[in-house]
Every structure is written in C-alpha cells, then in structure tokens.
Design a protein around this ligand. Sequence first.
Ligand SMILES: [Zn+2]
Length: 428
Amino acid sequence: MRKALRIAMVLPAALLLSAAPSSLPPAPAPVPTTEARAGLPLPPWQAGMLDIHHINTGRGDASFLILPDGTTLLVDASGKTVEAPPFSLPTRPDASRPPGEWVVRYIAKLLPATGHGIDYAVISHFHGDHMGAILPDSPRARAGGYQLSGITEIAEHLPIGTLIDRGWPDYAYPEPLKGRTLVNYRRFLAWQQAHRGLRVERFVPGRKDQLKLRYAPGDYPQFEVRNLFANGVVWSGTGAGTRTLFPPVGTLSPQDLPIENKLSIAFRVSYGRFDYFTGGDLSALEDETLTPAQAWKTVETPVAQAAGAVDAMKANHHGSWDANSAAFLRLLRPRVIVIPSRADGHPSVNTFKRMTSPATWPGPRDIFVTNVSPATATTTYGVEKAASTQGHVVIRVAPGGASYRVFVLDDTDEAQRIKAVFGPYASQ
Ligand SMILES: [Zn+2]
C-alpha cells in the first residue's frame, strides 16, 4: 500500500519536471519482456535485477544504476569540456543537443520501470567531462540564476534526491576550489536545497550505508555499496575504518598538491557473488617519474587492495595512458572492463596492452569501449579485438547476483536497441 502510494506521488512529480522543457521524449509504457537479442530494444529492468548503464555521449562519463529494489543512482553527468576537439569526441547521438540533455533523455526512458526519479547522484570529481563545464554561453536555468551543463542540466529536467560529492560543504580540499564551473555548481546546490528539497552530502570512505537501497532493503540483504576512496582516504578493509594516504596539505609545496583526478570517489557495488568497481579518473602511472617521497601519489594500488577482485569494472580515467596500472588490474582481475572513452588515445596503446595481456593476470576477459576514434584505431594496436568499439554498455546482473550479461546498445539514435549480447557470465 505504502509502495503504491509512493509511486503514485513520486512519478508524476518526476514526469512533471521532466516534461516542462521540450527536450524530453514521451516516456513509453514499460513492456515487460525477457527477450533480449540484437535488433530489439533492451527489455526493461525488473525488480531484483541490477542494471549498470554506461551511457555514451562521447563527451565524458555518465553511468546510471538501477539497484535491485528500484533505487536509482547516477554516477557522473558527462557534459561539455572546456577544451575543443580532439580532447573530446563528437557528441552522440549527434550535436543537436548538449551531452547532459542526451543523458536526461536516456534516463527518462528507464525511469517508468522503476517508478522513481533519480534517488542519488554522485559526482566523482570536479572536472567538466564528469560534472559538465560551464562556458560563458551555457544556457540559464529557469530559476536560481545558475547555468546549465552536465549535472545542473540533468537536475533541470529530473529531480535528484541526494547529491554526493567529494567537496561538500566547504569545497576546500586540497585548496579552495575556484572557477566558473564550481561557483555555478555551488549556486545550483544552494538553490536546489532551498527550493527542490535536494540533500547534499560529502562522500565518506569506509561506509557501506551512504549509498543504500531506499525502498526494499530487507528484500536484498546480499546487496551492498562500499565506499572505497576519496580525497586520499581509503577504506582499511575492516568495519568502516580508513587510512589516509596523502601527507597533510601544509607539508606539501603548491605544485606537489594532489591533482583532481587522484581525489576521485571510488566505490564497489556488490550483489551476492557479483562485484563492480568504479573510480572516476583515478590514476597511477606518473609513478615512473616520482621520487620515493611522492609514492603516495600512486593511489590505484591501495584502492584496488581495498576493493579486492571484481567481476566487472569501469576503467579509470577513460583508459588513458596513466591509469589502470598492472598492479591495479592484477588485484581487481576483472572479467569485464568497460572503457568510457571520450578522446583520441582512449584507450591508449600501453593501457590496452596491460588490460589484454595474460601476463597482467591470467584468464579470459572482455573489454567494451564506448567509442574508438579513427586515431585510436590506428594507434592502439589490437583495439579492434575489443568485444565492442562503439555504443552504450549495459551490465545486467540477474536477481541474486549469480550471473550477469553485457548488452551493447546502438548509440546512433535513442531506441536503446541491442547491437550485441555477451554472457551470461558466472559471478566469481
Ligand atoms: Zn575524465
């Protein structure tokens, strides 16, 4: 009874907000079907499934998770970057809309199956390809005096319950965060808190109850999201304990402060035997030039030690040259790797080699790349052997978590049509 009432109250509110701008497609009624083959639209999520959508806009990371009880979680918001191409690939499906709007429209097609809006949004770190850069000509919100790109654009169309980032409330680590995008973001948060009931929290490493099932946690005791890392603090592996990897800011010279990528939020999603890792733009490989005193900058290894082996992962930092070290991959031993690429060199030749070489870790693995640009195709040797080289990538975990499949969806239009199906894989 309570559940029916909540759906009746929440869904119209979500659709009301989402329908206001002319940018959204009409939400189709979910048609329950289990048939999933190439050429057909992806069957809707059903209760008990865990869906992990890696939405490909060509312009940055945006993942959307539907948890087993219908709780929804957006991780990053894609969005414009300040840089011009080749630092970003062309917008998918096309350039007629900004990336944040494409993400909204993709999510809006999934929400009717859940009956909820966006329960949680996590911003892994404060870069434009994850939160949406604000440019002088970015459009203005209908109210609140802020501009729209990435996360602010998504919230303009779909309500968000709780937003979690690494900086709340002072945005002062490792130094006060400045710039047009951050100023705009904080204005957005303040207005949404005052007028839309948005809750904002700082991500707390070590916890397993910050991102939790909102609707029927008792039905899925084998589900858990464990916070692993942010801001140089990593889960100790015991209880909610943590340890701090980075030296105190006061002991570092300004040029030695940790860069934004190495502050990224990382967490592990577990469902029965299934485990998934996501860690923003964490990186490691500048350690080839590091002095022993700078070893703390190699953050990937302690994060992977905290995570343990996983079934599937989102590659760190779009598969760039400096991320997904051999030590990191050897600890995670993923069966499935999703690389959300957004530029030439994603994945880089050396990173792809580490991912594919049995010398890194034994056993089979499938690699799914959301885009392979012509330049990447000619320089990243062997990338054509990836399981896929274009499209949205959806990991669908079966109820209980014992097995999962991977769907590659056509990203040339909005039909969410299946291009290929992989699996089922047995969760380890
Ligand atoms: Zn990035």
